[in-house]
Ligand binder design. Structure first.
Ligand code: SAH
Length: 276
């Protein structure tokens, strides 16, 4: 998304305004390029082993996420994501979590990408929004349902204490587990299975993120939330617009539901949907 493109639709009577907006855009681009150059110089000064691949692309992706958060802020109530969320997005090498054919700049588009078996790695903006909505920190223990590529788990693992994540499709779960291990995420545990029942052995959780959409919220997940904990979940029918919701469990055990944004996620599956 390039906000500067908006200027092309202005009529000629607005030329001065157009000029001003274009100038602002140019200045932003110039400053952004300067930041790129500064970052590149800083990078060049690092020893080869410490230089991160695709840092510029990742930075650009993060800028897009920040802009989109501002644009949607009135609807989501989150015009600015927490620094720890943005820092995590700037750190996790998204290209390592996508199939080999996409392991380049394409991995840093602000869009979902296929990861095989009809599943997708979520759009970075949605990953950031869900992470922000979870309101977790360094002491938090988080459950994710729908490991997929492992990217969302890695973003969380950058700053929480531990991430438990469940994937129903064995090949995806295995690959994500290998990727997470290779990338050094020792604080993520992956399990293959149906996430409907949650992971009672490690409950209760400070937050639960669900990255596939069930038609109704699975009751076991609500039960496995700590008082004050948050369940971030897309709810709605398959192949239709769903609602991203936050369910907050109060101290007395009640749940308060907030609808955040219309979204489209892959469906929440059960064991019968999965072919070996
Ligand atoms: N969080 C993932 C997004 C993956 S898409 C990422 O960052 O890449 C959603 C994933 O949920 C798919 O991999 C799908 O197989 C998985 N899924 C769907 N239903 C599930 C269920 N009942 N239990 C566990 N995983 C499920």
């Amino acid at each position: 998304m390039d906000l500067c493109l908006v200027t092309t639709s202005w009529e000629s009577s607005h030329e001065r305004l157009l000029l001003t907006i274009s100038t602002i855009c140019d200045v932003t681009r110039f400053m952004y390029r300067k930041r790129f150059i500064a970052l590149s110089l800083m990078q060049a000064a690092l020893p080869a082993w410490a230089q991160s691949e695709f840092a510029e692309e990742r930075d650009f992706m993060v800028e897009q996420v920040i802009q989109l958060a501002e644009l949607t802020g009135a609807e989501t109530g989150r015009p600015q994501f927490a620094d720890r969320v943005i820092d995590a997005l700037r750190t996790v090498p998204r290209h390592e979590f996508v199939p080999e054919a996409l392991r380049g700049a394409a991995a840093y588009r602000n869009s979902p990408l296929p990861i095989g078996r009809g599943q997708t790695i979520s759009q970075p903006y949605i990953v950031a929004l869900m992470t922000d909505l979870a309101e977790v920190g360094s002491e938090s223990v988080v459950l994710e349902i729908g490991t997929g590529s492992g990217y969302q788990a890695a973003v969380l693992a950058e700053f929480v204490d531990h991430v438990y994540t469940i994937e129903i499709m064995e090949p995806l779960g295995r690959r994500a587990s290998e990727t997470l291990e290779r990338q050094g995420y020792a604080n993520v545990s992956v399990r293959i299975g149906d996430g409907y029942q949650g992971w009672p052995e490690f409950a209760p959780f400070d937050a639960i993120l669900v990255t596939a959409a069930p038609e109704e919220v699975p009751q076991p997940l609500i039960e496995q939330l700590k008082p004050g904990g948050r369940l971030v979940i897309p709810v709605g029918p398959e192949n239709q617009v769903q609602s991203l919701q936050v369910l907050r469990k109060t101290g007395s055990g009640e749940t308060q539901i907030t609808a955040v944004l219309p979204v489209r996620f892959v469906p929440f599956l059960n064991e019968d949907d999965v072919t070996p």
